[in-house]
Design a protein around this ligand. Structure first.
Ligand code: ADP
Length: 475
C-alpha cells in the first residue's frame, strides 16, 4: 500500500505534543511491515540541523488567491522512513511552531503543497493520512481542486484526531487563499475551522482510543465538534496508540540502575526504587509503596483530585510520593508545597527529564493518572511496561487499557474509579496501597500481567493498515 502521511510535527524534527510521537512511531512501524509510506511535514527552523543530510528534490509555486509562494521539497530517509520536508523560509523558518498572525495562511500553503507533491514527485498514494488541524484542508482541496486530475482521482483520506481541543479556527477572510468556491461545511461559529472541514470531508476519521471515540460524540468531550462528529459517526473509528517497546523496555533501558523483565522483576524494581529514593532524598523504606505521577501539569491530568486528597493519604499510609511535571504554575506550586511540607515523604521534580522519568517508572510501585479526560494516554502504558501499577480514572484510553483489579478472581492490571471525584480517587489509591502492603503474592501477579500487556507499535500499525484497507474498499 502507498501512503502519504501529512503531519504538522514529527519527532525528532519538531514537537509540541503527542502528535509528534505518533507521527514518528506509526510510519516507522508501517514501513517495517513492508508498505510504502512517506511522511510530509513543514521544514521549521528546528529541522535546520538535518538540512545538510537532505536531498533537494526541487520545488513548485503554490497559488494562494492572487499570489504565489514557493514550496521546495526536501527528502530525508530517517531510520528507514522517507520524510519529505516542505520548505518555505518565510512561513516556517521561525522559532515557534504556532501562534503566529498568519497561521491560517501558513497551513493553507502547507496543505496545498502536500497535494502538489503528489504530482510533482509522481508519488500517487492510495491514502493521504492527515493528522489534526494542521493538515485539515487537504480532503477539501482534494475534492474541489484536484479530483479532475487523473493522479488524484482515486486517492482516499483518513483524518486522525490526536487532540480535539486545537481546531485551527480562523477568520473567514482566509477563504481568499483557497482558489475554490466557498462552502458552508467548513464554517463553525462563523469561522473557518480546519478540523471541522477535515471531519466533514475525510473518507474516514479516527481518534486514539475506542472509548474516547465514543466520548467525543458527547457535549463535554466534543469541544463543540460533537455535532460534526455525530454526523460522521458511521465513519468514526478508535485505534489505541502504542508505545515504542525499544525505547520503553526495562530489559535494555540504559537509564536504569538494574534491568529486569516480566519474569524477573523483584530485584530489578527494588534496585531502581533504592536509586530513586536516594537521588530524591526520600526516607521511604524499600518495603513501603512508592507512588508516582509523571505528566503535563494541566487541568486535564486530574491534579485537582490529588490536591484534595494526597495530604490525607500521606498522613494515613506508609506510602512515599514522587511527583514529576511541568506546566500550570498553580500545580507546580502545589507540588513544591507538598515536598517542602513533607520533605522525607514527598519529592517533587518540576521540569521535563527523560532520565528521571524512566527511573521513576521503573522504581515506583503505583502510578497515578486520575485524568479529567484522556484521548489515549501514554503514561499508564509506560508504567505497566515497567511493572508499575496504574491508578486511573475510567475515561478515554485509560478505560480501554487499564482493566481494574478484581479481588475475587485476581484479574486486571490496575485500579480505577469512575467519577471525577476526590473521594473515589482516594479510595482507588488506598485500595492499591492496601493490596501492595498486605498481599504480595496478588501484587506480583498484577505486576506480571501489567508487564505482559501488548501495546506495541506493531499492533497499532496493523490496526491502521486494516482501517486503510476498509477505506479503500469503500467502507
Ligand atoms: P499528553 O500527551 O497528554 O501529555 P501522555 O500520557 O499521552 O500525555 O504522554 C505524555 C508523555 O510525556 C509520557 O511519555 C510521559 O512519560 C512524558 N512526560 C510527561 N511529563 C514529563 C516530564 N516532566 N518529564 C519526563 N517525561 C514526561
Amino acid at each position: 500500500m502507498k501512503i502519504l502521511f501529512s503531519t504538522g510535527e514529527v519527532h525528532p524534527f519538531s514537537k509540541t505534543g503527542g502528535l509528534a510521537d505518533v507521527s514518528a512511531a506509526l510510519p516507522k512501524a508501517i514501513s517495517k511491515l513492508g508498505h510504502d509510506i512517506k511522511v510530509i511535514t513543514p521544514l521549521y527552523s528546528s529541522c535546520n540541523k538535518w538540512l545538510s543530510d537532505m536531498k533537494h528534490l526541487g520545488g513548485v509555486d503554490i497559488q494562494l488567491g492572487n499570489f504565489t509562494q514557493r514550496a521546495d521539497f526536501y527528502l530525508l530517509n530517517y531510520e528507514g522512513t522517507d520524510h519529505v520536508f516542505v520548505r518555505n523560509d518565510h512561513y516556517f523558518n521561525r522559532g515557534t511552531y504556532y501562534g503566529h498572525h498568519d497561521d491560517a495562511e501558513r497551513y493553507v500553503f502547507f496543505n496545498k503543497a502536500v497535494l502538489e507533491f503528489v504530482k510533482f514527485h509522481k508519488f500517487i498514494p492510495d491514502i493521504i493520512h492527515i493528522n489534526d488541524w494542521q493538515s485539515g484542508l487537504i480532503p477539501y482541496f482534494l475534492d474541489e481542486s484536484y479530483r479532475k486530475i487523473k493522479e488524484y482521482k482515486n486517492i482516499k483520506t483518513l483524518l486522525s484526531i490526536h487532540n480535539l481541543e486545537y481546531q485551527g479556527s480562523f477568520d473567514q477572510s482566509v477563504d481568499r487563499l483557497f482558489n475554490t468556491k466557498f462552502n458552508y461545511t467548513y464554517i463553525h461559529f462563523d469561522r473557518v475551522n480546519f478540523l471541522k472541514t477535515a471531519i466533514m470531508r475525510a473518507n474516514a476519521i479516527n481518534t486514539v482510543s475506542p472509548n474516547y471515540r465514543n466520548e467525543i460524540l458527547t457535549r463535554f468531550f466534543g469541544f463543540t465538534l460533537d455535532g460534526a462528529l455525530k454526523s460522521r459517526e458511521d465513519k468514526l473509528f478508535g485505534i489505541l496508540n502504542g508505545i515504542d517497546y525499544e525505547v520503553n523496555d526495562p530489559e535494555t533501558d540504559k537509564y536504569l540502575e538494574r534491568n529486569y523483565n516480566h519474569r524477573h522483576f523483584i530485584m530489578g524494581k527494588r534496585a531502581n526504587k533504592k536509586l530513586v529514593l536516594e537521588k530524591l532524598g526520600l526516607d521511604g523504606l524499600l518495603e513501603a509503596p512508592l507512588v508516582s505521577f509523571i505528566g503535563r501539569l494541566a487541568r486535564q491530568k486530574g491534579i485537582d483530585l490529588m490536591k484534595a486528597t494526597l495530604e490525607e493519604v500521606i498522613a494515613s499510609s506508609n506510602a512515599t510520593f514522587v511527583l514529576i511535571g511541568t506546566g500550570d504554575p498553580e500545580y507546580e506550586d502545589y507540588f513544591r508545597y507538598l515536598s517542602n511540607k513533607y520533605s522525607k515523604k514527598v519529592a517533587a521534580y518540576i521540569g521535563f527529564n527523560d532520565e528521571i522519568a524512566h527511573q521513576v517508572y521503573a522504581g515506583s510501585d503505583i502510578f497515578m493518572m486520575p485524568s479529567l479526560f484522556e484521548p489515549c494516554g501514554l503514561g499508564q502504558l509506560i508504567a505497566m511496561r515497567y511493572g508499575t501499577i496504574p491508578v486511573v480514572r475510567e475515561t478515554g484510553g485509560l478505560k480501554d487499557t487499564v482493566e481494574p483489579f478484581n479481588k475475587f478472581t485476581g484479574e486486571g492490571v490496575g485500579f480505577s474509579f469512575a467519577n471525577y471525584n476526590a473521594h473515589e480517587f482516594k479510595d482507588a489509591l488506598e485500595r492499591a496501597i492496601e493490596l501492595h502492603n498486605n498481599n504480595l503474592v496478588a501484587w506480583r501477579v498484577l505486576i506480571q500481567r501489567a508487564m505482559r500487556q501488548d501495546h506495541s507499535l506493531h499492533r497499532m500499525a496493523e490496526e491502521y493498515l486494516n482501517l486503510y484497507d476498509k477505506i479503500l474498499k469503500g467502507a
